[in-house]
Design a protein around this ligand. Structure first.
Ligand code: SF4
Length: 354
């Protein structure tokens, strides 16, 4: 358990992110976490680079609803202080805390505060000896990553600590896939999966989706972060689309929209963008179609819970498979949004009656 969120076993695959505000800036950090919560973030990790950040955790935790994970490197005192100030889990690389004595201090605090530890190993910070023995991790030979994680797990087990999850991150997709495949055959702890330093929205989404998609489809991974050089809210959106595409979890509506072609006679890009922005505020797992023309449009729009098929300066709205309304292009977006709002309200009402 990380706070109230179960990780591992039959628990839902949890979607997490990391803030990019200064942790010591409580109001900015809380405001970002609130946005992440609304997007569906279930665990939030915060960098703890100094004591001011560690001390800020208490106030931040009191203002948010999801469990808070402290991310600590090098200094055992920061890990202990983060737990004293309310961190509900810590991510450490036990190998870079300066020795067994310091690690045992962190473990003592974790036991005292009932805080689980994520052993977080990264390709970029593997111990020199392991790099010397096994070489830099590659898809064919991810051994240095795996050995580093196993050594750290053993070090914690020796201290009688078992509330663990493990990650071995690489910026390379194939190394990530092979590394986790191998690791999952060797240990039974929950795995946090992800591609580190994956890049911007397009490259990061593609790399993360390929690596995590394959792993999750094979049943490997218990929680993940999509790492993007972007607003972390985008990480959560990509995360849920990934889970939806694998039919693992659903959150909010699904948008089906066509790429447009020479048949499109309405401004479909703007329409689809506006609809996409709007449905991000909705919870209902509706299928929403926005299609450019009457060739495939009505078919897709009919299959969806609600959909638009564009015509010449007009749009045809379908609901639950039946033609609902023909609307002039200028009126299309407001009329469509009104219907979406009604459907969301109806769903809320039916849930209230349950
Ligand atoms: S739905 Fe119509 S407009 Fe959209 S890509 Fe297909 S044929 Fe073209």
């Amino acid at each position: 358990m990380v706070g109230s969120v179960p990780v591992g076993g039959d628990a839902p695959i949890s979607v997490q992110s990391m803030t990019n505000t200064s942790t010591a800036d409580v109001s900015k950090t809380v405001s970002q976490i609130k946005q992440l919560e609304s997007a569906g973030c279930e665990l939030i990790r915060l960098a703890v680079p100094d004591m001011d950040a560690a001390k800020a955790l208490r106030e931040i935790r009191e203002s948010i609803s999801i469990p808070l994970v402290g991310d600590i490197h090098f200094d055992w005192r920061l890990a202990v202080s983060a737990m004293e100030h309310g961190a509900q889990a810590v991510r450490i690389n036990p190998g870079n805390l300066g020795g067994q004595k310091n690690l045992s201090r962190v473990v003592a605090a974790a036991k005292q505060h009932h805080v689980p530890i994520r052993v977080g190993v990264n390709s970029g910070s593997i111990e020199k000896k392991l790099l010397h023995d096994y070489g830099y991790p590659t898809p064919e030979n991810p051994k240095a990553l795996i050995e580093s994680a196993l050594n750290n797990v053993r070090a914690l087990e020796k201290l009688g600590f078992y509330e663990l999850k493990v990650s071995i991150k690489s910026a390379d997709v194939l190394t990530t896939i092979n590394g986790y495949r191998n690791l999952s055959a060797l240990i039974d702890y929950p795995l946090h999966i992800g591609v580190t330093e994956a890049g911007g929205l397009i490259a990061g989404t593609v790399k993360s989706s390929v690596a995590l998609g394959i792993l999750l489809h094979e049943g490997i991974g218990d929680t993940f972060r999509i790492s993007l050089t972007r607003d972390p809210v985008e990480e959560i959106r990509v995360g849920y689309e990934l889970l939806r595409s694998l039919k693992i979890r659903e959150r909010g509506p699904e948008l089906i929209s066509c790429p447009t072609c020479g048949r499109t006679k309405i401004d479909l890009f703007s329409l689809a963008e506006e609809v996409e922005r709007f449905i991000q505020t909705m919870d209902s797992p509706l299928k929403v179609a926005v299609m450019g023309c009457v060739v495939n449009g009505p078919g897709e729009a009919r299959e969806a819970d609600i959909g638009i098929a564009g015509g010449h300066g007009v749009g045809i709205i379908f609901k639950k498979g039946a033609l609902f309304k023909k609307v002039a292009e200028a009126e299309l977006l407001p009329v469509f949004m009104e219907e979406l709002k009604k459907m969301e309200a109806e769903r809320r009402q039916s849930l209230d009656h349950c």
